[in-house]
Design a protein around this ligand. Structure first.
Ligand code: PLP
Length: 397
């Protein structure tokens, strides 16, 4: 049997045994192999109708009444509770709103305030997505801390009694490396510091276990593996036992204990609500709420199992279709160190990605030399993976 026939047959068998295969019909897809769901998730079929209803009926007809009657006012905490099980959090600890960048700011300044007197250093993931690093630099200046960038693996040896807070990415956006959240969180706690995790590339792709592992604060976006749509709002997790002490650096009227009391003095609302700031972006937020319907009956463990099978199969297809030495993988082979993407270092990567896209295989390019392929188990199948590997081999052939 030819190499190609063998891989196609394997893909068919894997697709036939895939218990998530039926979930694919919950998305608007075409014949493109879409491997960019780690940047912008595909559109769930239920979203356009819901947005139409929110605009025409809730806004157009009910107008101001919708803040109550359509549940607009409570959407940030209601939708936070829908995200909670996907990241291993009990209800009442997540609010949705603002961008990830803004939530990194709230979480990191809040973390330093929680850490208390005598701690004057923030550690930040040296490989972080840039925005987290920029915000951390400003948070450090505002709180009078010094900022030190360290690779996640070096965090345990960099921790000290000076450390106030540590900001880490759960999965590296570039390499797809998964960091050890349980052990890093316990190392941070062992010196009395506060752990802040950015879940942008893990939420919706793998189990996070926020409650189980005692994470203090976490943030994440919703437009990647949670498919909330372009610019859909991010979220902030504040562990229940810290909520009474969480002192937000952005205390807007939406986080006031009595928002319609219109008082001149600020008093924070109880619970996760104190992570809110101003009027929520209702259109994006309710599009996200509709998008979360695709998770009905789907377990994050099943998503993780399929994700690893997809990335394993992709690495195998690349090894067999792509000429020796044309690409090298930045993504760890070990499952416990891999997120849901494969990053391949490749000469002329920008040009190669353009040619892949013109042939119906959509990933993305990260400067200077990385081809990035994200695998969203809810709608990517094994035949897609075989095709992506084959087309990459042809483009590089
Ligand atoms: C995608 C991503 C962001 C995006 O931040 P926004 O403010 O939502 O634009 C931030 N941090 C990480 C780690 C990301 O992967």
């Amino acid at each position: 049997m030819s190499e190609r026939a063998e891989l196609v047959e394997r893909a068919e068998k894997l697709d036939a045994a895939d218990e998530l295969a039926g979930v694919r019909s919950r998305f608007v897809l075409d014949d493109v192999v879409y491997l960019d769901g780690n940047s912008l998730g595909a559109l769930p079929v239920g979203v356009p109708g819901r947005v139409e209803d929110v605009v025409r009926r809730q806004w157009g007809e009910l107008r101001i009444r919708s803040w109550e009657e359509s549940g607009w006012w409570t959407a940030p905490e209601r939708i936070g509770d829908r995200i909670a099980p996907l990241v291993g959090a009990a209800a009442g600890q997540i609010v949705v709103g603002d961008s990830t960048s803004v939530n990194v700011f709230k979480a990191l300044v809040g973390a330093v305030r929680l850490a208390g007197e005598g701690r004057d250093e923030i550690l930040v993931d040296a490989t972080t997505f840039p925005t987290d690093g920029y915000i951390a630099e400003s948070a450090a200046r505002l709180t009078g801390c010094t900022l030190r960038a360290v690779a996640p693996a070096e965090v345990p040896s960099a921790l000290s009694s000076r450390t106030a807070a540590v900001l880490l990415n759960h999965v590296d956006y570039r390499s797809g490396r998964l960091h050890d959240l349980p052990s890093l969180t316990s190392a941070i706690h062992a010196v009395g510091a506060v752990a802040v995790w950015d879940l942008c590339h893990s939420a919706g792709a793998l189990p996070v276990g926020l409650d189980e592992h005692g994470v203090d604060l976490a943030v994440g976006c919703t437009y990647k593996y949670l498919n909330g749509g372009p610019g859909s709002p991010a979220y902030l997790y504040v562990r229940r036992s810290l909520q009474d002490r969480f002192d937000s650096p952005l205390p807007g009227w939406n986080s006031h204990a009595e928002p319609f009391g219109m008082r001149s003095d600020y008093a924070p609302a109880p619970g996760a609500l104190r992570g809110r700031v101003g009027t929520p972006d209702i259109l994006s937020m309710l599009a996200l709420e509709a998008a979360l319907d695709v998770w009905d009956g789907v377990s994050i463990e099943a998503v993780r199992a399929k994700s690893l099978a997809l990335t394993d199969f992709f690495l195998e297809c690349v090894a067999r279709y792509v000429g020796e030495g044309r690409v090298s993988s930045l993504t760890p082979v070990a499952h416990e160190e891999r997120g849901s993407q494969v990053a391949l270092r490749c000469e002329d990567a920008g040009d190669v990605m353009k040619r892949l896209i013109s042939r119906g295989v959509v990933g993305d390019f990260r400067a200077p030399d990385v081809l990035r392929f994200g695998f969203t188990p809810l709608y990517v199948g094994f035949a897609d993976v075989e095709r992506a590997g084959r087309v990459l081999g042809e483009v590089l052939g």
